[in-house]
Write a protein that binds this ligand. Structure first.
Ligand SMILES: Nc1ncnc2c1ncn2[C@@H]1O[C@H](COP(=O)(O)OP(=O)(O)OP(=O)(O)O)[C@@H](O)[C@H]1O
Length: 577
């Protein structure tokens, strides 16, 4: 402080405008005696320049005045390299075309289906190309004729589909009879097959033809053996005996050679009709057993005479086999149609139990339009030697089916999904297609309760809608489903627009296996839970080479990226994953 004061006084002295030091005092003591001026006792320090400023190493300002960073050279080198790398990456990123996102990102994230490698698809395609007609199969003439003239009645040219070309030679055992070293056929072992092909590709016929052929071949073989035995050991004459001798035919009562399991009573009817179409020409007996029939009818159908094929649901047949263990002891072929349903959590224990009960089972055939990853893993564990017959177009929704998206959050509907659905149906009714015929549209919802609500709303909007769910007991509603699986229905010319449209509001019950071959339009009211449900629902249209349209209603909660990916996959003709 002292030093500062002295310096300031020196400054004042050197300045041009010098002010007398005691003028202030002079004013203060105006009128009084002037204070005596004494010389200053303050002496300038001679060491001012020598005093070094002390640096507090811990002060926050320490090192602020540094001009060169004290960084070690190797760290500096590393930092430089990192910076160069960062710049190069940024440059690369900038050079990439913008808006290019990972293809099918949303679909791959929600992956539910098992993937099929391209090589497998190509291999199967080569096998399919080799087959030109039903004549190329090693079948009994009557079976081939029944397939072409009865099962595919109404078609001028009959050609096997991809799945039939692939499956029939395998199941009829052409060139794959295992022989042991002695040259004799091996003892019969269980062979398991997984048939997987796109919806509406004729899977039912693909397993029916070989089964009917095998039944007939076995029958002929047994008849020959019986004849030889009769020649070797002539029977005593029973003409004068008054009791009925059990014939081999009698033994067949309630003991089918083949059992076809399907998940619903509706499918029992549908698959049963395909198998029964062979009965007339090939001569065998097929019985349909489901909860739709009374116990008396079931008993008559099972035990009323010889029986070769039974088409049934697992739950009912399992309870029947518990009461009648002999039911399955002649069964050599067992089919689980819609295998992904029959091996899901609810059905799997029953289906597996039934398979184990078939002691003489030779061929286990699983059939499905989709192979979920979980099922794929389980089957690989349970049946490691299973033959997989997969068509080149498995999990592909054909390009002939158009997918449209309706956003119910737009200005028109303002989030009203029901209104969006009704408007979509109005648009379909006016599109000018299917002239002169009844227009059949299926609306899929996710929950049973919703089906009735949607059907009621559509009715209030003057649309002819019916709900069909597992709870449906009304015979009229069941009739509507039959109408959807039947051929085209002609309508009078004056019947136009909404008047010639029939709407079926349903759940997944009608999405699996139901052959709605004349349905051209499907509306997905709710977004399907997975690609599996999507394939089955869209698969109700565009069957067997026909064209179709699917409309999916979305809102702000729908994963639009997923829908977009599905649309892209469909457009590109690739599989949904
Ligand atoms: N070789 C063929 N030529 C022409 N039509 C055929 C042929 N085979 C089957 N079809 C017809 O194709 C339609 C679909 O057959 P099917 O119901 O067996 O399909 P799917 O593959 O089981 O379908 P989904 O997976 O939906 O159950 C049926 O109407 C059937 O008559």
């Amino acid at each position: 402080m002292l030093r500062l004061a002295t310096e300031s006084s020196r400054c004042l002295k050197s300045s041009a405008t010098y002010v007398k030091p005691n003028t202030l005092f002079a004013r203060t003591y105006a009128g009084g005696p002037r204070p005596v001026r004494r010389p200053s006792r303050m002496v300038l320090s001679s060491k001012v320049a020598d005093v070094k400023p002390t640096i507090d190493r811990h002060s926050p300002a320490q090192g602020l005045n540094k001009t060169i960073a004290n960084i070690k050279p190797h760290i500096l080198e590393k930092r430089k390299m990192l910076a160069a790398k960062k710049i190069a990456l940024k440059k690369q990123e900038e050079e990439k075309p913008k808006n290019k996102v990972r293809p099918m990102k949303h679909m791959k994230m929600a992956q539910a289906l098992a993937g099929v490698p391209r090589e497998v698809r190509n291999q199967m395609n080569e096998k399919v190309q080799k087959i030109k007609g039903f004549g190329d199969f090693n079948l009994l003439d009557e079976v081939r004729e029944a397939a072409c003239k009865d099962a595919l009645k109404g078609l001028e040219v009959t050609e096997p589909t991809d799945v039939q070309a692939l499956v029939i030679p395998q199941l009829t055992g052409e060139g794959r009879k295992k022989r042991n070293k002695s040259g004799l056929p091996k003892k019969k072992e269980l062979e398991s097959f997984l048939i997987a092909a796109e919806t509406g590709s004729g899977k039912t016929l693909a397993y029916t033809i070989p089964i009917v052929d095998a039944i007939k071949q076995q029958e002929m073989k047994e008849a020959n053996e019986a004849q030889l035995e009769a020649l070797d050991n002539p029977k005593p004459k029973y003409d004068d005996v008054d009791f009925e001798i059990p014939t081999p035919e009698k033994d067949m009562n309630g003991r089918p050679r083949a059992v076809v399991l399907v998940p619903t009573a509706e499918l029992v009817e549908q698959v049963g009709a395909v198998i029964k179409s062979f009965c007339h020409r090939v001569k065998f007996r097929c019985s349909l057993i489901s909860a739709d029939y009374t116990p008396k009818v079931i008993r008559n159908r099972l035990f009323g005479g010889p029986i070769d094929v039974v088409v049934t649901t697992p739950l009912l047949f399992n309870s029947l086999t518990k009461d009648h263990p002999n039911l399955l002891n002649r069964c050599t072929h067992l089919v689980a149609d819609e295998a992904d349903s029959l091996f899901d959590k609810s059905f799997s224990p029953i289906t597996t139990e039934l398979i184990h009960r078939c002691e003489n089972l030779e061929k286990l055939i699983l059939c499905s339009a989709t192979i979920p990853r979980s099922l794929d893993n389980r089957l690989r564990e349970r049946y490691p030697e299973m033959t997989r017959l997969v068509t080149p177009n498995l999990h592909v929704v054909p390009r002939r089916v158009q997918l449209q998206v309706v956003d119910c959050d737009n200005q028109l509907y303002r989030g009203n999904r029901l209104l969006a659905c009704a408007d979509t149906l109005y648009t379909i009714s006016k599109d000018g297609t299917e002239e002169g015929f009844l227009k059949k549209v299926i609306v899929f919802v996710n929950e049973r309760e919703k089906a009735k609500e949607v059907a009621d709303y559509l009715k209030s909007k003057d649309l002819d809608a019916v709900a069909f769910t597992r709870d449906t007991s009304d015979p009229e509603q069941v009739e509507v489903l039959k109408m959807f699986t039947a051929d085209k229905v002609e309508v009078p010319k004056e019947c136009v627009g909404r008047a010639r449209m029939k709407v079926l509001v349903t759940t997944d019950i009608a999405s699996r296996g139901v052959d709605t071959k004349t349905v051209k339009n499907v509306v997905l009211f709710d977004k399907p839970h997975s690609a599996i449900d999507m394939i089955h629902r869209i698969g109700r249209t565009g069957r067997m080479g026909r064209r179709g349209r699917a409309v999916v209603i979305v809102d702000k909660f729908t994963n639009k990226g997923w829908i977009k990916d599905i649309k892209t996959a469909m457009y590109m003709g690739g599989p949904l994953v």
